[in-house]
Design a protein around this ligand. Structure first.
Ligand code: PMP
Length: 420
Protein backbone atom coordinates (compact mmCIF):
# COMPACT_ATOMS: atom_id res chain seq x y z
CA UNK A 1 0.00 0.00 0.00
CA UNK A 2 1.22 3.49 -0.64
CA UNK A 3 0.96 6.46 1.65
CA UNK A 4 0.10 9.95 0.63
CA UNK A 5 1.40 12.16 3.43
CA UNK A 6 2.18 15.58 2.12
CA UNK A 7 3.55 18.56 3.89
CA UNK A 8 1.34 21.54 4.45
CA UNK A 9 4.01 24.11 3.84
CA UNK A 10 6.88 22.67 1.84
CA UNK A 11 9.60 25.16 2.54
CA UNK A 12 12.42 25.83 0.13
CA UNK A 13 15.72 24.24 1.07
CA UNK A 14 17.88 26.83 2.77
CA UNK A 15 21.52 27.05 1.95
CA UNK A 16 22.77 28.03 5.38
CA UNK A 17 21.64 24.99 7.36
CA UNK A 18 24.29 22.30 7.61
CA UNK A 19 23.21 19.12 9.47
CA UNK A 20 26.63 17.57 8.97
CA UNK A 21 28.25 20.41 10.88
CA UNK A 22 25.64 20.08 13.64
CA UNK A 23 26.27 16.37 13.93
CA UNK A 24 29.77 17.15 15.09
CA UNK A 25 28.19 18.66 18.21
CA UNK A 26 26.58 15.33 19.18
CA UNK A 27 29.25 12.80 20.19
CA UNK A 28 26.87 9.84 20.64
CA UNK A 29 26.02 9.93 16.93
CA UNK A 30 29.57 9.00 15.99
CA UNK A 31 29.86 5.36 16.90
CA UNK A 32 29.38 1.92 15.42
CA UNK A 33 26.58 -0.38 16.54
CA UNK A 34 26.97 -4.07 15.64
CA UNK A 35 29.61 -3.11 13.09
CA UNK A 36 27.52 -0.40 11.38
CA UNK A 37 27.60 3.36 11.78
CA UNK A 38 24.82 4.35 14.18
CA UNK A 39 21.66 5.67 12.53
CA UNK A 40 19.77 7.25 15.41
CA UNK A 41 16.07 7.54 14.66
CA UNK A 42 14.61 7.34 18.16
CA UNK A 43 14.53 11.04 18.91
CA UNK A 44 10.88 11.14 19.95
CA UNK A 45 11.74 8.91 22.90
CA UNK A 46 14.84 10.90 23.91
CA UNK A 47 17.07 13.03 21.76
CA UNK A 48 20.87 13.03 22.01
CA UNK A 49 22.71 15.84 23.80
CA UNK A 50 25.27 18.17 22.29
CA UNK A 51 28.74 18.66 23.78
CA UNK A 52 27.59 22.07 25.01
CA UNK A 53 25.12 20.33 27.37
CA UNK A 54 27.39 17.46 28.36
CA UNK A 55 30.29 19.84 29.07
CA UNK A 56 28.21 22.37 30.99
CA UNK A 57 26.84 19.61 33.24
CA UNK A 58 30.38 18.37 33.94
CA UNK A 59 31.66 21.91 34.51
CA UNK A 60 28.85 22.74 36.88
CA UNK A 61 29.20 19.50 38.83
CA UNK A 62 32.97 19.97 39.11
CA UNK A 63 32.99 23.60 40.14
CA UNK A 64 29.67 25.07 41.23
CA UNK A 65 27.52 22.27 42.58
CA UNK A 66 25.83 22.75 45.98
CA UNK A 67 22.25 22.78 47.21
CA UNK A 68 20.40 25.89 46.12
CA UNK A 69 18.37 28.79 47.52
CA UNK A 70 19.13 28.84 51.23
CA UNK A 71 22.89 28.70 51.27
CA UNK A 72 24.88 31.79 52.16
CA UNK A 73 28.12 30.26 50.97
CA UNK A 74 29.69 30.93 47.62
CA UNK A 75 28.99 27.54 46.01
CA UNK A 76 25.33 27.62 46.94
CA UNK A 77 25.05 31.08 45.51
CA UNK A 78 26.71 30.04 42.29
CA UNK A 79 24.46 26.99 42.00
CA UNK A 80 21.36 29.10 42.69
CA UNK A 81 22.42 31.58 40.06
CA UNK A 82 22.90 28.84 37.47
CA UNK A 83 19.60 27.11 38.31
CA UNK A 84 17.53 30.29 38.42
CA UNK A 85 19.39 31.50 35.33
CA UNK A 86 18.06 28.42 33.52
CA UNK A 87 14.54 29.46 34.51
CA UNK A 88 15.14 32.87 32.94
CA UNK A 89 16.43 31.25 29.75
CA UNK A 90 13.33 29.05 29.51
CA UNK A 91 11.04 32.03 30.08
CA UNK A 92 12.69 33.88 27.28
CA UNK A 93 12.84 30.86 24.97
CA UNK A 94 9.11 30.18 25.15
CA UNK A 95 8.18 33.86 25.46
CA UNK A 96 6.35 33.53 28.76
CA UNK A 97 5.49 36.85 30.39
CA UNK A 98 7.01 36.16 33.76
CA UNK A 99 9.69 33.85 35.21
CA UNK A 100 7.14 32.92 37.90
CA UNK A 101 5.23 31.08 35.18
CA UNK A 102 8.05 28.57 34.74
CA UNK A 103 7.73 25.65 37.16
CA UNK A 104 10.50 23.04 37.17
CA UNK A 105 9.12 19.51 37.30
CA UNK A 106 10.43 16.01 36.48
CA UNK A 107 9.00 16.12 32.99
CA UNK A 108 5.79 16.31 30.97
CA UNK A 109 4.17 13.56 33.02
CA UNK A 110 4.66 15.38 36.29
CA UNK A 111 3.56 18.68 34.75
CA UNK A 112 0.24 17.16 33.68
CA UNK A 113 -0.25 15.48 37.05
CA UNK A 114 0.40 18.81 38.74
CA UNK A 115 -2.36 20.48 36.73
CA UNK A 116 -4.69 17.53 37.37
CA UNK A 117 -4.06 17.66 41.13
CA UNK A 118 -3.88 21.37 41.80
CA UNK A 119 -5.97 23.00 39.08
CA UNK A 120 -8.67 20.54 38.09
CA UNK A 121 -9.30 18.14 40.97
CA UNK A 122 -10.32 20.69 43.63
CA UNK A 123 -13.17 22.05 41.51
CA UNK A 124 -14.11 18.88 39.62
CA UNK A 125 -17.66 17.83 40.43
CA UNK A 126 -20.06 15.04 39.58
CA UNK A 127 -20.91 15.16 35.88
CA UNK A 128 -18.11 17.56 34.93
CA UNK A 129 -16.06 16.76 31.87
CA UNK A 130 -12.44 16.79 30.74
CA UNK A 131 -12.05 16.97 26.96
CA UNK A 132 -9.06 15.38 25.26
CA UNK A 133 -8.31 13.58 22.00
CA UNK A 134 -7.74 10.06 20.65
CA UNK A 135 -4.10 10.88 19.95
CA UNK A 136 -3.02 11.57 23.54
CA UNK A 137 -0.01 9.97 25.20
CA UNK A 138 -0.97 7.88 28.23
CA UNK A 139 0.42 10.64 30.44
CA UNK A 140 -2.35 12.91 29.14
CA UNK A 141 -5.06 10.29 29.65
CA UNK A 142 -4.46 8.44 32.89
CA UNK A 143 -4.18 11.45 35.25
CA UNK A 144 -7.57 12.64 33.97
CA UNK A 145 -9.14 9.22 34.36
CA UNK A 146 -7.84 9.12 37.94
CA UNK A 147 -9.23 12.56 38.75
CA UNK A 148 -12.56 11.84 37.04
CA UNK A 149 -13.00 8.49 38.77
CA UNK A 150 -12.43 10.12 42.14
CA UNK A 151 -14.86 12.99 41.52
CA UNK A 152 -17.54 11.33 39.41
CA UNK A 153 -16.52 13.30 36.34
CA UNK A 154 -16.14 12.07 32.75
CA UNK A 155 -13.36 12.03 30.16
CA UNK A 156 -14.68 12.98 26.69
CA UNK A 157 -12.60 12.07 23.65
CA UNK A 158 -12.43 13.87 20.30
CA UNK A 159 -11.96 11.51 17.34
CA UNK A 160 -9.29 11.58 14.64
CA UNK A 161 -9.63 10.78 10.95
CA UNK A 162 -7.83 8.11 8.92
CA UNK A 163 -4.86 10.40 8.33
CA UNK A 164 -4.49 10.92 12.06
CA UNK A 165 -5.87 14.47 12.09
CA UNK A 166 -8.15 15.81 14.75
CA UNK A 167 -11.80 16.14 13.72
CA UNK A 168 -12.21 19.74 14.76
CA UNK A 169 -15.98 19.89 14.43
CA UNK A 170 -16.30 16.90 16.73
CA UNK A 171 -13.88 18.46 19.17
CA UNK A 172 -15.94 21.64 19.16
CA UNK A 173 -19.08 19.65 19.99
CA UNK A 174 -17.34 18.29 23.10
CA UNK A 175 -16.84 21.77 24.52
CA UNK A 176 -19.82 22.41 26.75
CA UNK A 177 -20.50 24.33 29.97
CA UNK A 178 -19.54 21.09 31.77
CA UNK A 179 -16.03 21.05 30.31
CA UNK A 180 -13.55 21.91 33.05
CA UNK A 181 -10.47 21.64 30.86
CA UNK A 182 -9.46 20.87 27.30
CA UNK A 183 -6.13 19.06 27.21
CA UNK A 184 -4.38 17.94 24.06
CA UNK A 185 -1.11 17.13 22.46
CA UNK A 186 0.56 19.82 20.35
CA UNK A 187 2.42 17.23 18.24
CA UNK A 188 1.52 13.53 18.43
CA UNK A 189 4.40 11.23 19.35
CA UNK A 190 2.76 8.23 17.66
CA UNK A 191 1.54 9.90 14.45
CA UNK A 192 3.57 13.08 14.06
CA UNK A 193 0.39 15.15 13.57
CA UNK A 194 0.79 18.84 14.34
CA UNK A 195 -2.48 20.07 15.80
CA UNK A 196 -3.72 23.61 15.04
CA UNK A 197 -3.41 24.46 18.70
CA UNK A 198 -3.65 28.23 18.43
CA UNK A 199 -7.07 27.97 16.80
CA UNK A 200 -8.15 25.29 19.25
CA UNK A 201 -7.11 27.41 22.24
CA UNK A 202 -9.15 30.32 20.84
CA UNK A 203 -12.14 28.01 20.28
CA UNK A 204 -12.00 26.79 23.91
CA UNK A 205 -11.45 30.28 25.31
CA UNK A 206 -14.54 31.57 23.49
CA UNK A 207 -16.42 29.18 25.75
CA UNK A 208 -14.42 30.07 28.85
CA UNK A 209 -12.62 26.70 28.90
CA UNK A 210 -8.95 26.61 29.93
CA UNK A 211 -6.48 24.63 27.80
CA UNK A 212 -3.44 22.51 28.66
CA UNK A 213 -1.09 21.66 25.80
CA UNK A 214 1.24 18.67 25.94
CA UNK A 215 4.24 20.12 24.16
CA UNK A 216 6.63 17.19 24.69
CA UNK A 217 6.98 16.50 20.95
CA UNK A 218 6.49 20.02 19.66
CA UNK A 219 9.34 21.76 21.35
CA UNK A 220 12.14 19.70 19.68
CA UNK A 221 10.77 20.56 16.22
CA UNK A 222 9.68 24.19 16.37
CA UNK A 223 9.77 27.43 18.31
CA UNK A 224 6.77 27.83 20.59
CA UNK A 225 5.50 31.12 21.94
CA UNK A 226 3.29 31.10 25.03
CA UNK A 227 1.88 34.57 24.48
CA UNK A 228 1.05 33.79 20.89
CA UNK A 229 -0.56 30.40 21.63
CA UNK A 230 -2.32 31.90 24.65
CA UNK A 231 -2.71 28.43 26.22
CA UNK A 232 -3.21 28.30 29.97
CA UNK A 233 -0.68 25.52 30.60
CA UNK A 234 2.10 24.01 28.48
CA UNK A 235 4.12 20.93 29.48
CA UNK A 236 7.45 19.68 28.14
CA UNK A 237 10.45 17.48 28.97
CA UNK A 238 14.14 18.38 28.76
CA UNK A 239 15.22 14.94 27.52
CA UNK A 240 13.31 15.33 24.26
CA UNK A 241 14.86 18.74 23.54
CA UNK A 242 18.56 17.85 23.66
CA UNK A 243 18.82 18.31 27.43
CA UNK A 244 19.23 15.87 30.34
CA UNK A 245 16.58 13.51 31.75
CA UNK A 246 14.74 14.03 35.01
CA UNK A 247 13.72 17.63 34.47
CA UNK A 248 11.01 19.41 32.55
CA UNK A 249 8.74 22.41 32.69
CA UNK A 250 5.19 23.31 33.42
CA UNK A 251 4.36 26.72 32.02
CA UNK A 252 1.19 28.17 33.51
CA UNK A 253 -0.43 31.58 33.38
CA UNK A 254 0.53 33.42 36.53
CA UNK A 255 -3.00 34.26 37.64
CA UNK A 256 -4.00 30.58 37.42
CA UNK A 257 -0.89 29.32 39.20
CA UNK A 258 -1.33 31.92 41.91
CA UNK A 259 -4.87 30.73 42.61
CA UNK A 260 -3.85 27.07 42.78
CA UNK A 261 -2.95 25.18 45.96
CA UNK A 262 0.47 23.52 46.07
CA UNK A 263 0.95 20.11 44.49
CA UNK A 264 3.28 18.70 47.14
CA UNK A 265 4.32 19.94 50.57
CA UNK A 266 7.86 20.12 51.89
CA UNK A 267 10.96 22.25 52.01
CA UNK A 268 11.40 25.29 49.78
CA UNK A 269 7.67 25.77 49.07
CA UNK A 270 6.87 27.60 52.33
CA UNK A 271 7.47 31.01 53.81
CA UNK A 272 6.55 30.23 57.46
CA UNK A 273 5.79 26.91 59.14
CA UNK A 274 4.26 26.46 62.56
CA UNK A 275 2.23 23.53 63.83
CA UNK A 276 -0.80 25.80 63.81
CA UNK A 277 -0.48 27.21 60.33
CA UNK A 278 1.84 27.20 57.34
CA UNK A 279 2.19 30.01 54.83
CA UNK A 280 3.25 28.98 51.36
CA UNK A 281 5.99 30.59 49.32
CA UNK A 282 5.08 32.58 46.23
CA UNK A 283 5.58 31.39 42.66
CA UNK A 284 7.42 29.46 41.40
CA UNK A 285 8.68 27.96 44.70
CA UNK A 286 5.13 27.08 45.80
CA UNK A 287 5.14 24.21 43.30
CA UNK A 288 8.73 23.10 43.79
CA UNK A 289 8.81 21.23 47.11
CA UNK A 290 12.09 19.58 48.08
CA UNK A 291 15.54 19.66 46.54
CA UNK A 292 15.07 19.74 42.79
CA UNK A 293 17.15 18.25 40.00
CA UNK A 294 19.71 21.05 40.24
CA UNK A 295 22.19 19.76 37.68
CA UNK A 296 19.30 18.81 35.38
CA UNK A 297 17.95 22.34 35.47
CA UNK A 298 21.37 23.76 34.65
CA UNK A 299 21.75 21.22 31.83
CA UNK A 300 18.36 22.23 30.42
CA UNK A 301 19.57 25.83 30.51
CA UNK A 302 22.57 24.78 28.41
CA UNK A 303 20.25 23.01 25.95
CA UNK A 304 18.24 26.22 25.63
CA UNK A 305 21.44 28.17 24.93
CA UNK A 306 22.20 25.65 22.18
CA UNK A 307 18.72 25.88 20.69
CA UNK A 308 18.75 29.69 20.85
CA UNK A 309 21.66 29.79 18.41
CA UNK A 310 20.19 27.19 16.06
CA UNK A 311 19.04 28.34 12.62
CA UNK A 312 15.43 27.36 13.23
CA UNK A 313 14.14 28.26 9.78
CA UNK A 314 16.85 26.06 8.34
CA UNK A 315 16.18 23.25 10.82
CA UNK A 316 12.43 23.23 10.10
CA UNK A 317 13.00 23.25 6.35
CA UNK A 318 15.54 20.44 6.69
CA UNK A 319 13.23 18.29 8.83
CA UNK A 320 10.34 18.91 6.43
CA UNK A 321 12.50 17.75 3.57
CA UNK A 322 13.57 14.64 5.52
CA UNK A 323 9.91 13.90 6.25
CA UNK A 324 9.01 14.30 2.58
CA UNK A 325 11.91 12.11 1.51
CA UNK A 326 11.28 9.46 4.16
CA UNK A 327 7.57 9.31 3.33
CA UNK A 328 8.37 8.90 -0.36
CA UNK A 329 10.97 6.18 0.20
CA UNK A 330 8.78 4.21 2.61
CA UNK A 331 5.85 4.48 0.21
CA UNK A 332 7.95 2.74 -2.45
CA UNK A 333 7.93 -0.45 -0.35
CA UNK A 334 4.67 -2.31 -1.09
CA UNK A 335 4.54 -4.08 2.29
CA UNK A 336 4.76 -0.81 4.25
CA UNK A 337 1.73 1.13 5.48
CA UNK A 338 2.31 4.49 7.12
CA UNK A 339 0.26 5.22 10.22
CA UNK A 340 -0.19 8.97 10.45
CA UNK A 341 -0.30 10.86 7.16
CA UNK A 342 -1.58 14.22 8.40
CA UNK A 343 -1.27 17.28 6.24
CA UNK A 344 0.73 19.03 8.93
CA UNK A 345 3.29 16.66 10.39
CA UNK A 346 6.50 16.71 12.35
CA UNK A 347 9.30 14.38 11.24
CA UNK A 348 7.88 11.16 12.68
CA UNK A 349 7.48 8.10 10.46
CA UNK A 350 5.28 5.47 12.09
CA UNK A 351 4.54 2.39 10.02
CA UNK A 352 3.53 -1.24 9.95
CA UNK A 353 4.81 -3.92 7.60
CA UNK A 354 2.53 -6.69 6.33
CA UNK A 355 3.42 -9.96 8.03
CA UNK A 356 6.22 -8.69 10.28
CA UNK A 357 5.78 -7.70 13.92
CA UNK A 358 7.20 -4.26 14.80
CA UNK A 359 9.35 -5.76 17.56
CA UNK A 360 11.02 -8.06 15.04
CA UNK A 361 11.59 -5.09 12.75
CA UNK A 362 13.10 -3.06 15.60
CA UNK A 363 15.41 -5.91 16.58
CA UNK A 364 16.65 -6.59 13.07
CA UNK A 365 17.10 -2.89 12.31
CA UNK A 366 19.23 -2.63 15.45
CA UNK A 367 21.55 -5.34 14.08
CA UNK A 368 22.02 -3.01 11.11
CA UNK A 369 22.85 -0.08 13.39
CA UNK A 370 19.45 1.60 12.94
CA UNK A 371 17.81 2.67 16.22
CA UNK A 372 14.02 2.98 16.00
CA UNK A 373 11.23 2.33 18.49
CA UNK A 374 8.69 -0.46 18.18
CA UNK A 375 5.56 -0.69 20.30
CA UNK A 376 2.46 1.25 21.19
CA UNK A 377 4.45 4.41 22.03
CA UNK A 378 2.38 4.93 25.19
CA UNK A 379 -0.56 5.76 22.93
CA UNK A 380 -2.62 2.58 22.93
CA UNK A 381 -5.85 4.38 21.89
CA UNK A 382 -4.04 5.45 18.70
CA UNK A 383 -3.13 1.83 18.02
CA UNK A 384 -6.76 0.84 18.62
CA UNK A 385 -7.96 3.59 16.27
CA UNK A 386 -5.82 2.18 13.46
CA UNK A 387 -6.45 -1.47 14.45
CA UNK A 388 -2.78 -2.29 14.87
CA UNK A 389 -1.11 -3.73 17.98
CA UNK A 390 1.98 -1.61 17.54
CA UNK A 391 4.02 0.32 14.99
CA UNK A 392 7.65 0.84 14.14
CA UNK A 393 8.52 4.50 14.60
CA UNK A 394 11.45 6.34 13.07
CA UNK A 395 11.56 9.81 14.60
CA UNK A 396 13.98 12.36 13.23
CA UNK A 397 15.74 15.41 14.58
CA UNK A 398 17.53 18.29 12.86
CA UNK A 399 20.80 16.34 13.02
CA UNK A 400 19.47 13.48 10.89
CA UNK A 401 20.24 13.29 7.20
CA UNK A 402 18.97 11.67 4.00
CA UNK A 403 21.71 9.08 4.50
CA UNK A 404 19.99 8.12 7.77
CA UNK A 405 16.71 7.66 5.88
CA UNK A 406 18.55 5.58 3.25
CA UNK A 407 20.05 3.39 5.99
CA UNK A 408 16.55 2.85 7.41
CA UNK A 409 15.15 1.89 4.03
CA UNK A 410 18.08 -0.46 3.27
CA UNK A 411 17.74 -2.22 6.63
CA UNK A 412 13.97 -2.39 6.30
CA UNK A 413 14.14 -3.99 2.87
CA UNK A 414 16.58 -6.54 4.28
CA UNK A 415 14.20 -7.28 7.15
CA UNK A 416 11.28 -7.82 4.79
CA UNK A 417 13.39 -10.23 2.76
CA UNK A 418 14.10 -12.27 5.91
CA UNK A 419 10.38 -12.71 6.53
CA UNK A 420 9.42 -13.54 2.94
N1 PMP B 1 3.53 13.39 25.95
C1 PMP B 1 4.09 13.02 24.79
C2 PMP B 1 3.44 13.46 23.51
C3 PMP B 1 5.24 12.26 24.78
O1 PMP B 1 5.79 11.90 23.62
C4 PMP B 1 5.82 11.87 26.01
C5 PMP B 1 7.05 11.01 26.06
N2 PMP B 1 7.06 9.96 25.15
C6 PMP B 1 5.21 12.29 27.19
C7 PMP B 1 4.06 13.04 27.12
C8 PMP B 1 5.76 11.94 28.53
O2 PMP B 1 6.99 12.56 28.71
P1 PMP B 1 7.90 12.19 29.96
O3 PMP B 1 8.05 10.70 29.93
O4 PMP B 1 9.18 12.91 29.69
O5 PMP B 1 7.21 12.67 31.18
Amino acid sequence: MTATATLAKPEPATTGFDPEALRADFPALHQEIHGHPLTFLDNAASSQRPNAVIDEIARFDRNDYANIHRGVHELSQRATKAYEGARDKIRQYINARDRKEIIFVRGTTEAINLVASSFVRPSLNLGDEIALTTMEHHSNIVPWQMACRERGAVVRVAPINDRGELELEELEKLLTPRTKLLTLVHVSNALGTINPVKEIVAMAHERGIPVLLDGAQAIPHMRVDMQDLDCDFYAFSSHKMFGPTGVGVLYGKKELLEAMAPYQGGGDMISVVTFEKTFYAGLPAKFEAGTPNITGGVGLGAAIDYLEQLDWDGAVAHENELLRYGTERLSEIPEVRLIGTANRKASVLSFVVDGVHPHDIGTILDREGVAVRAGHHCAQPVMQRFSVPATTRASLAFYNTKEDVDALIRALRKTIEVFK
